[in-house]
Ligand binder design. Structure first.
Ligand code: M6R
Length: 610
């Protein structure tokens, strides 16, 4: 979702802003813009469409070199995609970019209209802009004006602001929307996330809500609403710039799939001591584990699908009941929560607003919270009582791939940890599983990636389909949910994931001649039943591609049109090998259709609004 970058310092601000916007592109956007100027009203150039359009406009504007600027990628919420609605927005006294949603914009606009203000865009942002302008005219002090204005704003925001008559400063402030700051010998920066700052520094600050950031060439200051200096702790990020680049791959998504084996090895080995899962998280200490009544899992999209795997593993291995609910729905009903419960939230970005709000709901009710997050120091990581980091490195493609697999791997480790503490598994049994997770599973996934011609052919087969079904049983069915989401989001093929046995209770009416069905059958226990389900759809005309293991392909005669096999080295975790095959299937279908694989239409990488 919207991305912000701001810079003041020695270098050409325009170059830094454009480079930063490109690094933030992956968050999802539909327009972009910059405000550049060292003194007086900055020059504003903005445009609907890709950053390349903005670059063309900038080139033809032939601006002099400026050393101060703010820039923005917009993901439309209030008001359509247009030049006018793009940021920065400006008033007579300031220019501003915004990420988030001003919930009381209508109220604010009415008040401001009565004060003589007029509005030219359809955005909620303009209400915040004019409110700051209004307070600035009254108070003649940028800091006081910002604090006064945000005290009247409801909703989420990250603002970067330039005042026309305040030279050599950029102001910024956030509430529930991400914004980081950094200072280097080049100058001061703010950005929505660390990927935009990696070329300059790995040491960043994450100011709390409502802390004012004041950037100048030689320092970055932070102040609270009383005007007192505050000192956020500096964090060192262990990502590098190369990790956030394509590195010779045609798309980030393919690169990130290829990184799955190492991400799994790195993540799993970080949480093992002598082959046994080990976590610092207080909620996973022995006494607390023995006290857990129920576990709640909440997340969105792909992370939610990882949660399904977590539920299955925790219930199966540790016998602790797990309630799972998509985060956007979690607080839409009254949840039965007990202080002995543990709430687990999963998020790659750590900034997903729906997940943050379900986390807050659980915290408000005194439930212990544990976040499994990929981005260090992100909002979810900081809000939860405990955090376990997945070690996938930056994930840039909108379609989440490696983050999913490592989330599942961490959940498997947690399930094993709980099972050992609850004496449902011995340490040796647990070790057998962790060897599978840390070594055999990543090798099996490596083979899927290096021998993916069959998957590519299957993708060519389905890429012109309008509708498609994924079917599976047990964990294969959970993985189908993710395979289907992946295909939908990047190839725009409508697909449904169904537990294979459920299809005959209604949805089978949609199966007709030539409809592609991907049948995932990697589990020996359910293989015969899967074959029956495949027969049911084939006899109604479906073109079936079976995804199974090499071993099951030999022992079972699958009635199908195509078969994709994966190695079963991962043992009970082979469903994750199948998941990688499905990720590749979606990737190749999208690439074959010539679509924008990494930045599919309408989607944002980091969904920071509810
Ligand atoms: O950053 P998060 O893991 O919290 O994001 C949750 C979902 O928005 C995300 O998984 C989304 O579904 C992806 N586009 C899936 O590929």
């Amino acid at each position: 979702m919207c991305g912000i970058i701001g810079f003041i310092g020695e270098d050409n601000a325009s170059d830094i802003l454009i480079k930063g916007l490109k690094a933030l592109e992956y968050r999802g956007y539909d327009s972009s813009g910059v405000a550049l100027g060292d003194d007086g009203k900055p020059k504003i150039i903005k445009s609907a469409g890709r950053i390349s359009v903005l670059e063309e406009k900038l080139a033809s504007a032939s601006l002099p070199v400026f050393h101060r600027g703010i820039a923005h990628t917009r993901w439309a919420t209030h008001g359509g995609v247009s030049d006018l609605n793009s940021h920065p927005h400006s008033s007579d006294s300031l220019s501003l970019v915004h990420n988030g949603i001003i919930e009381n914009y209508y109220e604010l606009e009415s008040m401001l209209r009565s004060e003589g203000y007029t509005f030219s865009s359809e955005t909620d942002t303009e209400a915040a802009l004019m409110l700051i302008d209004y307070e600035y005219r009254r108070l003649h002090d940028p800091e006081k004006a910002i604090f006064k204005a945000i005290s009247g704003i409801r909703g989420s925001f990250a603002f970067a602001i330039i005042f026309n008559d305040v030279k050599e400063k950029i102001y910024a402030v956030r509430r529930q929307s991400p914004l980081i700051a950094a200072h280097t010998n080049k100058g001061s920066f703010i950005a929505s996330d660390v990927t935009a700052l990696l070329p300059y520094t790995k040491d960043i600050y994450r100011p709390e809500d409502d802390v004012l950031i004041i950037l100048s060439k030689d320092k970055t200051e932070f102040k609270n609403k009383n005007g007192d200096a505050v000192y956020p702790i500096s964090e060192h990020v262990d990502w590098n710039e190369e990790e956030a680049q394509k590195g010779g791959f045609p798309h980030f998504m393919l690169k990130e799939i290829s990184e799955i084996p190492d991400s799994v090895r790195k993540t799993v080995s970080s949480y093992l001591a002598d082959g046994i899962p080990y976590f610092d998280a207080a909620s996973l200490k022995e006494d607390n584990v023995l006290n857990i009544g129920r576990i709640h899992v909440s997340a969105c999209g792909t992370a939610m699908h990882a949660g399904l795997i977590g539920k299955r593993l925790i219930e199966e291995l540790a016998h602790i009941p797990v309630n799972i609910e998509t985060a956007s729905e979690f607080r839409c009903r009254s949840q039965i929560l007990d202080k002995r419960d543990l709430m687990i939230v999963l998020s790659q970005s750590g900034e997903t607003a729906d997940t943050l709000s379900s986390l807050a709901y659980a915290k408000e009710r005194g439930v212990n919270t544990l976040a499994i997050v990929n981005v260090f120091g992100s909002s979810i990581a900081r809000s939860a009582d405990d955090v376990i980091y997945t070690k996938a490195g930056p994930e840039i493609a909108v379609a989440s791939t490696k983050a999913y697999t490592v989330q599942c791997a961490v959940l498997a480790l947690i399930a094993l940890h709980l099972a050992r503490i609850k004496k449902r598994m011995t340490a040796d049994e647990v070790r057998t599983h962790t060897i599978l997770l840390s070594s055999s599973l990543p090798s099996a996934i490596e083979k899927v990636i290096s021998e993916s011609d069959g998957i590519k052919d299957a993708a060519n087969d389905i890429c012109n389909a309008e509708h498609l079904f994924f079917i599976g049983r047990g964990s294969d069915s959970d993985v189908c949910a993710e395979g289907s989401l992946k295909l939908k989001e990047i190839s725009y093929i409508h697909s449904e994931a169904y537990p294979a046995g459920e299809l005959k209770h209604g949805t089978i009416s949609l199966i007709s001649d030539g409809i592609p069905v991907i049948a995932c059958a990697c589990n020996e226990d359910t293989c015969d039943k899967m074959i029956s389900s495949i027969r049911e759809v084939r006899s109604r005309g479906a073109r079936v591609t079976v995804l199974t293991t090499n071993k099951l392909a030999k022992s079972h005669a699958f009635p199908c049109d195509r078969i994709i096999t994966v190695d079963d080295e991962g043992g009970p975790y082979t469903f994750l090998t199948a998941a990688s095959a499905m990720q590749l299937l979606a990737y190749h279908a999208s690439a074959k259709k010539g679509l924008d694989v990494d930045k599919p239409r309408n989607l944002a990488k980091s969904v920071t609004v509810e």
